[in-house]
Write a protein that binds this ligand. Structure first.
Ligand SMILES: [Zn+2]
Ligand SMILES: [Zn+2]
Length: 369
Protein backbone atom coordinates (compact mmCIF):
# COMPACT_ATOMS: atom_id res chain seq x y z
CA UNK A 1 0.00 0.00 0.00
CA UNK A 2 1.34 3.39 -0.97
CA UNK A 3 2.15 5.76 1.83
CA UNK A 4 -0.58 8.38 2.35
CA UNK A 5 1.99 11.17 2.18
CA UNK A 6 3.35 9.84 -1.12
CA UNK A 7 -0.16 9.52 -2.50
CA UNK A 8 -0.76 13.21 -1.82
CA UNK A 9 2.79 14.17 -2.80
CA UNK A 10 3.51 15.99 0.46
CA UNK A 11 6.21 15.86 3.09
CA UNK A 12 5.79 13.97 6.39
CA UNK A 13 6.04 17.38 8.06
CA UNK A 14 3.37 19.01 5.85
CA UNK A 15 0.91 21.29 7.61
CA UNK A 16 -2.84 20.68 7.44
CA UNK A 17 -3.07 23.59 5.01
CA UNK A 18 -0.45 22.09 2.69
CA UNK A 19 -2.27 18.76 2.79
CA UNK A 20 -5.54 20.46 1.92
CA UNK A 21 -3.90 22.30 -0.98
CA UNK A 22 -2.32 19.11 -2.31
CA UNK A 23 -5.67 17.34 -2.13
CA UNK A 24 -7.49 20.13 -3.97
CA UNK A 25 -4.87 20.15 -6.70
CA UNK A 26 -5.12 16.37 -7.19
CA UNK A 27 -8.91 16.37 -6.98
CA UNK A 28 -9.07 18.92 -9.82
CA UNK A 29 -7.00 16.52 -11.89
CA UNK A 30 -8.54 13.18 -10.88
CA UNK A 31 -12.18 13.79 -9.96
CA UNK A 32 -14.41 11.53 -12.09
CA UNK A 33 -16.30 14.57 -13.40
CA UNK A 34 -13.03 15.81 -14.90
CA UNK A 35 -11.23 12.58 -15.67
CA UNK A 36 -13.43 9.56 -16.43
CA UNK A 37 -10.58 7.03 -16.79
CA UNK A 38 -10.65 4.06 -14.36
CA UNK A 39 -7.03 4.73 -13.32
CA UNK A 40 -7.96 8.25 -12.31
CA UNK A 41 -10.97 6.97 -10.39
CA UNK A 42 -8.78 4.45 -8.57
CA UNK A 43 -6.20 7.12 -7.73
CA UNK A 44 -8.89 9.56 -6.68
CA UNK A 45 -10.15 6.96 -4.20
CA UNK A 46 -6.65 6.57 -2.77
CA UNK A 47 -6.07 10.31 -2.69
CA UNK A 48 -9.40 10.90 -0.95
CA UNK A 49 -8.68 8.19 1.57
CA UNK A 50 -5.19 9.59 2.23
CA UNK A 51 -6.69 13.05 2.67
CA UNK A 52 -9.40 11.76 5.01
CA UNK A 53 -6.74 10.30 7.26
CA UNK A 54 -4.12 13.04 7.10
CA UNK A 55 -6.55 15.96 7.40
CA UNK A 56 -7.79 14.67 10.75
CA UNK A 57 -5.08 15.35 13.35
CA UNK A 58 -6.00 12.34 15.47
CA UNK A 59 -6.20 9.92 12.56
CA UNK A 60 -2.96 11.35 11.22
CA UNK A 61 -1.20 10.82 14.54
CA UNK A 62 -2.38 7.23 14.63
CA UNK A 63 -1.37 6.68 11.02
CA UNK A 64 2.11 8.02 11.78
CA UNK A 65 2.44 5.43 14.53
CA UNK A 66 2.09 2.69 11.97
CA UNK A 67 -0.17 -0.31 11.43
CA UNK A 68 0.12 -1.63 15.00
CA UNK A 69 -2.22 1.22 15.89
CA UNK A 70 -4.94 -0.75 14.17
CA UNK A 71 -5.04 0.99 10.85
CA UNK A 72 -5.96 -1.32 8.04
CA UNK A 73 -6.55 1.30 5.43
CA UNK A 74 -7.27 0.46 1.85
CA UNK A 75 -5.34 -1.13 -0.96
CA UNK A 76 -2.79 -3.83 -0.30
CA UNK A 77 -2.94 -3.58 3.46
CA UNK A 78 -6.69 -4.16 3.65
CA UNK A 79 -6.13 -7.78 4.60
CA UNK A 80 -4.46 -6.67 7.79
CA UNK A 81 -7.65 -5.00 8.93
CA UNK A 82 -9.64 -8.10 8.07
CA UNK A 83 -7.35 -10.30 10.13
CA UNK A 84 -7.67 -7.84 12.97
CA UNK A 85 -11.44 -8.08 12.73
CA UNK A 86 -11.33 -11.85 12.70
CA UNK A 87 -9.25 -12.00 15.88
CA UNK A 88 -10.84 -9.24 17.86
CA UNK A 89 -14.45 -9.46 16.82
CA UNK A 90 -14.79 -6.70 14.29
CA UNK A 91 -16.89 -4.21 16.20
CA UNK A 92 -13.87 -3.25 18.25
CA UNK A 93 -13.52 -5.21 21.45
CA UNK A 94 -11.47 -4.10 24.39
CA UNK A 95 -8.19 -5.02 22.69
CA UNK A 96 -8.59 -2.81 19.74
CA UNK A 97 -7.19 0.68 19.67
CA UNK A 98 -8.47 3.50 17.57
CA UNK A 99 -11.39 3.95 15.23
CA UNK A 100 -12.27 1.46 12.57
CA UNK A 101 -12.21 2.38 8.94
CA UNK A 102 -15.49 3.11 7.22
CA UNK A 103 -14.04 1.42 4.18
CA UNK A 104 -14.90 -2.25 4.24
CA UNK A 105 -14.31 -4.99 1.74
CA UNK A 106 -17.41 -5.86 -0.28
CA UNK A 107 -19.15 -9.21 0.14
CA UNK A 108 -18.35 -12.17 -2.07
CA UNK A 109 -21.23 -13.34 -4.22
CA UNK A 110 -22.14 -16.81 -5.49
CA UNK A 111 -24.20 -17.29 -8.64
CA UNK A 112 -25.32 -20.33 -10.61
CA UNK A 113 -24.13 -20.47 -14.19
CA UNK A 114 -25.84 -22.90 -16.55
CA UNK A 115 -23.80 -23.83 -19.61
CA UNK A 116 -24.44 -26.07 -22.59
CA UNK A 117 -22.24 -29.05 -23.34
CA UNK A 118 -21.26 -27.41 -26.64
CA UNK A 119 -19.83 -24.47 -24.68
CA UNK A 120 -17.52 -26.56 -22.54
CA UNK A 121 -16.10 -28.72 -25.32
CA UNK A 122 -13.92 -25.79 -26.40
CA UNK A 123 -14.63 -23.19 -23.70
CA UNK A 124 -16.38 -19.93 -24.38
CA UNK A 125 -16.83 -16.33 -23.29
CA UNK A 126 -20.15 -15.02 -22.17
CA UNK A 127 -21.51 -11.80 -20.69
CA UNK A 128 -23.49 -12.30 -17.53
CA UNK A 129 -25.65 -9.75 -15.74
CA UNK A 130 -25.22 -9.33 -12.02
CA UNK A 131 -27.20 -7.26 -9.54
CA UNK A 132 -24.53 -5.85 -7.28
CA UNK A 133 -23.27 -2.75 -5.50
CA UNK A 134 -21.07 -0.27 -7.33
CA UNK A 135 -19.20 2.83 -6.26
CA UNK A 136 -21.45 5.88 -5.80
CA UNK A 137 -20.43 8.34 -8.48
CA UNK A 138 -21.81 11.35 -6.62
CA UNK A 139 -19.45 11.04 -3.65
CA UNK A 140 -16.97 8.56 -5.14
CA UNK A 141 -17.10 6.49 -1.98
CA UNK A 142 -16.55 9.31 0.50
CA UNK A 143 -20.18 8.92 1.74
CA UNK A 144 -20.38 12.74 2.10
CA UNK A 145 -22.54 15.17 0.15
CA UNK A 146 -20.40 17.00 -2.42
CA UNK A 147 -18.33 19.75 -0.82
CA UNK A 148 -18.63 18.34 2.70
CA UNK A 149 -16.39 16.02 4.67
CA UNK A 150 -16.63 13.75 7.73
CA UNK A 151 -16.25 15.43 11.11
CA UNK A 152 -14.52 14.17 14.19
CA UNK A 153 -17.04 12.62 16.55
CA UNK A 154 -17.75 14.91 19.55
CA UNK A 155 -18.48 12.03 21.89
CA UNK A 156 -15.33 9.90 21.48
CA UNK A 157 -13.15 12.69 20.07
CA UNK A 158 -12.20 10.56 17.10
CA UNK A 159 -11.02 7.48 18.97
CA UNK A 160 -14.12 5.46 18.08
CA UNK A 161 -14.04 4.03 21.60
CA UNK A 162 -15.80 4.90 24.83
CA UNK A 163 -13.86 4.07 28.01
CA UNK A 164 -15.79 3.00 31.05
CA UNK A 165 -14.82 1.89 34.50
CA UNK A 166 -16.58 -1.28 35.56
CA UNK A 167 -16.56 -2.64 39.08
CA UNK A 168 -15.77 -6.32 39.21
CA UNK A 169 -14.55 -8.92 41.67
CA UNK A 170 -11.01 -7.95 40.73
CA UNK A 171 -11.64 -4.31 41.48
CA UNK A 172 -12.24 -1.49 39.05
CA UNK A 173 -11.50 -2.44 35.46
CA UNK A 174 -11.31 -0.12 32.49
CA UNK A 175 -13.17 -1.39 29.47
CA UNK A 176 -13.75 0.22 26.15
CA UNK A 177 -16.55 -0.32 23.70
CA UNK A 178 -17.33 1.16 20.30
CA UNK A 179 -18.74 4.66 20.40
CA UNK A 180 -22.49 4.51 19.76
CA UNK A 181 -22.62 7.93 18.15
CA UNK A 182 -20.10 7.28 15.37
CA UNK A 183 -20.41 3.46 15.51
CA UNK A 184 -16.68 3.23 16.14
CA UNK A 185 -15.59 5.16 13.07
CA UNK A 186 -14.30 8.15 15.03
CA UNK A 187 -16.01 10.48 12.61
CA UNK A 188 -19.59 11.30 11.78
CA UNK A 189 -20.99 12.40 8.44
CA UNK A 190 -23.14 15.47 9.05
CA UNK A 191 -24.23 15.70 5.38
CA UNK A 192 -24.56 12.21 3.92
CA UNK A 193 -24.38 11.89 0.17
CA UNK A 194 -27.98 12.06 -1.11
CA UNK A 195 -27.41 9.51 -3.87
CA UNK A 196 -26.16 6.65 -1.68
CA UNK A 197 -27.55 7.77 1.71
CA UNK A 198 -24.00 7.91 3.02
CA UNK A 199 -23.04 4.35 2.07
CA UNK A 200 -20.56 5.27 -0.65
CA UNK A 201 -22.11 2.70 -2.96
CA UNK A 202 -25.35 2.11 -4.81
CA UNK A 203 -27.14 -0.93 -6.21
CA UNK A 204 -26.74 -1.46 -9.90
CA UNK A 205 -26.83 -4.11 -12.60
CA UNK A 206 -23.45 -4.85 -14.07
CA UNK A 207 -22.53 -6.81 -17.17
CA UNK A 208 -19.44 -8.94 -16.61
CA UNK A 209 -17.63 -10.85 -19.36
CA UNK A 210 -16.86 -14.36 -18.13
CA UNK A 211 -14.33 -16.79 -19.56
CA UNK A 212 -15.80 -20.26 -19.27
CA UNK A 213 -12.81 -22.59 -19.58
CA UNK A 214 -13.08 -25.74 -21.64
CA UNK A 215 -13.66 -28.89 -19.61
CA UNK A 216 -15.48 -27.40 -16.61
CA UNK A 217 -18.04 -29.68 -15.05
CA UNK A 218 -21.11 -29.38 -12.88
CA UNK A 219 -20.18 -28.32 -9.36
CA UNK A 220 -16.99 -26.50 -10.28
CA UNK A 221 -16.78 -22.95 -8.96
CA UNK A 222 -15.15 -20.29 -11.08
CA UNK A 223 -13.64 -17.46 -9.08
CA UNK A 224 -13.69 -13.95 -10.52
CA UNK A 225 -11.49 -11.91 -8.19
CA UNK A 226 -12.70 -8.38 -7.56
CA UNK A 227 -15.98 -8.87 -9.44
CA UNK A 228 -18.16 -8.98 -6.31
CA UNK A 229 -19.81 -5.93 -4.85
CA UNK A 230 -17.80 -2.83 -3.99
CA UNK A 231 -17.26 -2.35 -0.26
CA UNK A 232 -18.84 0.26 1.97
CA UNK A 233 -17.29 3.70 1.52
CA UNK A 234 -15.42 2.63 -1.60
CA UNK A 235 -13.75 -0.36 0.06
CA UNK A 236 -12.24 -3.04 -2.17
CA UNK A 237 -14.54 -5.31 -4.15
CA UNK A 238 -15.41 -8.79 -2.99
CA UNK A 239 -15.03 -11.77 -5.31
CA UNK A 240 -17.66 -13.30 -7.53
CA UNK A 241 -18.01 -17.09 -7.65
CA UNK A 242 -19.90 -18.87 -10.39
CA UNK A 243 -21.05 -22.41 -9.70
CA UNK A 244 -21.24 -24.26 -12.99
CA UNK A 245 -24.12 -26.49 -13.97
CA UNK A 246 -23.81 -28.24 -17.32
CA UNK A 247 -27.20 -28.65 -18.97
CA UNK A 248 -28.45 -32.06 -20.09
CA UNK A 249 -27.72 -32.70 -23.76
CA UNK A 250 -30.15 -34.62 -25.93
CA UNK A 251 -27.46 -36.67 -27.67
CA UNK A 252 -24.16 -36.49 -25.84
CA UNK A 253 -23.34 -37.40 -22.30
CA UNK A 254 -20.05 -37.07 -20.57
CA UNK A 255 -17.62 -39.53 -19.03
CA UNK A 256 -14.71 -37.50 -17.71
CA UNK A 257 -13.28 -35.86 -20.80
CA UNK A 258 -14.92 -38.37 -23.17
CA UNK A 259 -18.21 -37.80 -24.93
CA UNK A 260 -20.62 -40.72 -25.29
CA UNK A 261 -23.40 -41.28 -27.79
CA UNK A 262 -25.36 -44.12 -29.33
CA UNK A 263 -25.58 -44.89 -33.05
CA UNK A 264 -28.50 -46.94 -34.31
CA UNK A 265 -27.47 -49.09 -37.27
CA UNK A 266 -29.94 -50.88 -39.51
CA UNK A 267 -29.54 -54.67 -39.58
CA UNK A 268 -28.57 -54.83 -43.26
CA UNK A 269 -25.90 -52.11 -42.76
CA UNK A 270 -24.54 -54.00 -39.78
CA UNK A 271 -24.29 -57.17 -41.84
CA UNK A 272 -22.86 -55.67 -45.01
CA UNK A 273 -20.93 -52.71 -43.57
CA UNK A 274 -21.31 -49.11 -44.71
CA UNK A 275 -19.89 -45.62 -44.48
CA UNK A 276 -21.80 -42.82 -42.83
CA UNK A 277 -21.41 -39.17 -41.93
CA UNK A 278 -22.05 -38.19 -38.31
CA UNK A 279 -22.90 -34.69 -37.17
CA UNK A 280 -20.64 -34.23 -34.13
CA UNK A 281 -19.92 -31.18 -31.99
CA UNK A 282 -16.83 -30.74 -34.20
CA UNK A 283 -18.84 -30.80 -37.38
CA UNK A 284 -19.15 -33.72 -39.77
CA UNK A 285 -17.08 -36.85 -39.21
CA UNK A 286 -16.88 -39.81 -41.62
CA UNK A 287 -17.29 -43.18 -39.93
CA UNK A 288 -16.80 -46.63 -41.41
CA UNK A 289 -18.96 -49.46 -40.13
CA UNK A 290 -17.31 -52.79 -40.79
CA UNK A 291 -19.26 -55.71 -42.22
CA UNK A 292 -20.48 -57.80 -39.29
CA UNK A 293 -20.84 -54.88 -36.86
CA UNK A 294 -22.42 -56.03 -33.60
CA UNK A 295 -24.61 -54.34 -31.06
CA UNK A 296 -22.41 -52.98 -28.23
CA UNK A 297 -19.45 -52.41 -30.55
CA UNK A 298 -17.84 -49.08 -29.68
CA UNK A 299 -16.48 -46.76 -32.32
CA UNK A 300 -13.83 -44.50 -30.83
CA UNK A 301 -13.06 -41.23 -32.55
CA UNK A 302 -9.87 -39.95 -30.96
CA UNK A 303 -9.52 -36.37 -29.73
CA UNK A 304 -13.12 -35.42 -30.44
CA UNK A 305 -14.16 -35.29 -26.79
CA UNK A 306 -13.98 -32.42 -24.31
CA UNK A 307 -10.88 -30.23 -24.13
CA UNK A 308 -9.16 -31.07 -20.87
CA UNK A 309 -9.51 -28.56 -18.05
CA UNK A 310 -6.14 -29.59 -16.65
CA UNK A 311 -3.35 -30.70 -18.91
CA UNK A 312 -3.53 -30.62 -22.67
CA UNK A 313 -5.42 -32.36 -25.40
CA UNK A 314 -8.95 -33.67 -25.62
CA UNK A 315 -10.86 -36.74 -24.65
CA UNK A 316 -12.37 -39.12 -27.17
CA UNK A 317 -15.78 -39.43 -28.73
CA UNK A 318 -17.14 -42.92 -28.05
CA UNK A 319 -20.09 -44.17 -30.03
CA UNK A 320 -21.86 -47.30 -28.92
CA UNK A 321 -23.52 -49.22 -31.75
CA UNK A 322 -27.03 -50.53 -31.44
CA UNK A 323 -28.18 -52.78 -34.27
CA UNK A 324 -31.84 -52.22 -35.06
CA UNK A 325 -33.84 -55.32 -35.94
CA UNK A 326 -36.71 -54.50 -38.29
CA UNK A 327 -40.14 -55.16 -36.77
CA UNK A 328 -42.38 -54.71 -39.79
CA UNK A 329 -41.55 -56.58 -42.97
CA UNK A 330 -43.28 -56.48 -46.30
CA UNK A 331 -44.31 -59.76 -47.86
CA UNK A 332 -41.33 -59.55 -50.21
CA UNK A 333 -38.83 -58.80 -47.43
CA UNK A 334 -40.13 -61.66 -45.37
CA UNK A 335 -39.60 -64.03 -48.29
CA UNK A 336 -36.02 -62.79 -48.74
CA UNK A 337 -35.17 -63.24 -45.07
CA UNK A 338 -36.70 -66.72 -45.04
CA UNK A 339 -34.63 -67.58 -48.09
CA UNK A 340 -31.51 -66.22 -46.34
CA UNK A 341 -32.31 -68.27 -43.21
CA UNK A 342 -32.97 -71.49 -45.08
CA UNK A 343 -29.57 -71.25 -46.81
CA UNK A 344 -27.76 -71.25 -43.44
CA UNK A 345 -27.33 -73.97 -40.87
CA UNK A 346 -28.57 -71.92 -37.93
CA UNK A 347 -27.64 -73.01 -34.45
CA UNK A 348 -30.33 -72.93 -31.81
CA UNK A 349 -30.08 -69.94 -29.39
CA UNK A 350 -27.92 -70.88 -26.42
CA UNK A 351 -27.47 -69.33 -22.96
CA UNK A 352 -24.15 -67.75 -22.04
CA UNK A 353 -22.97 -65.39 -19.31
CA UNK A 354 -24.67 -61.97 -19.05
CA UNK A 355 -22.65 -59.41 -21.06
CA UNK A 356 -21.59 -56.45 -18.99
CA UNK A 357 -19.49 -54.90 -21.72
CA UNK A 358 -18.67 -51.27 -22.28
CA UNK A 359 -21.94 -50.72 -24.05
CA UNK A 360 -23.83 -52.05 -21.07
CA UNK A 361 -22.03 -49.52 -18.94
CA UNK A 362 -22.81 -46.78 -21.40
CA UNK A 363 -26.48 -47.67 -21.23
CA UNK A 364 -26.40 -47.70 -17.44
CA UNK A 365 -25.02 -44.20 -17.50
CA UNK A 366 -27.66 -43.04 -19.91
CA UNK A 367 -30.32 -44.39 -17.57
CA UNK A 368 -28.87 -42.46 -14.65
CA UNK A 369 -28.82 -39.10 -16.41
ZN1 LIG B 1 -22.64 8.80 -2.54
ZN1 LIG C 1 -17.60 8.53 18.35
Amino acid sequence: MADHYDVLGVDKSATTDEIKKAYRRLARELHPDVNPSPEASERFKDVTHAYDVLSDPQQRERYDLGPQAGFGGGGGAAGFGDIFDAFFGGGGGGQRQGPRSRRERGQDALLRLEVDLEEIVFGTTRDIEVDTAVLCETCNGSCCAPGTSPQTCDICHGSGQIQRTVRSLLGNVMTSSPCGTCRGYGTVIPNPCPTCQGQGRVRARRTIPVDIPAGVDTGIRLQLPGQGEVGQAGGPNGDLYLEVKVRHHDIYSRDGDDLLATLEVQMADAILGTETTLQTLDGEVEVELKAGTQSADVITIRDRGITKLRGTGRGDLKIGVQVVTPTKLSHKERELIEKFASGRRSAAPELSQFQQGLFGKLRDRFLHL
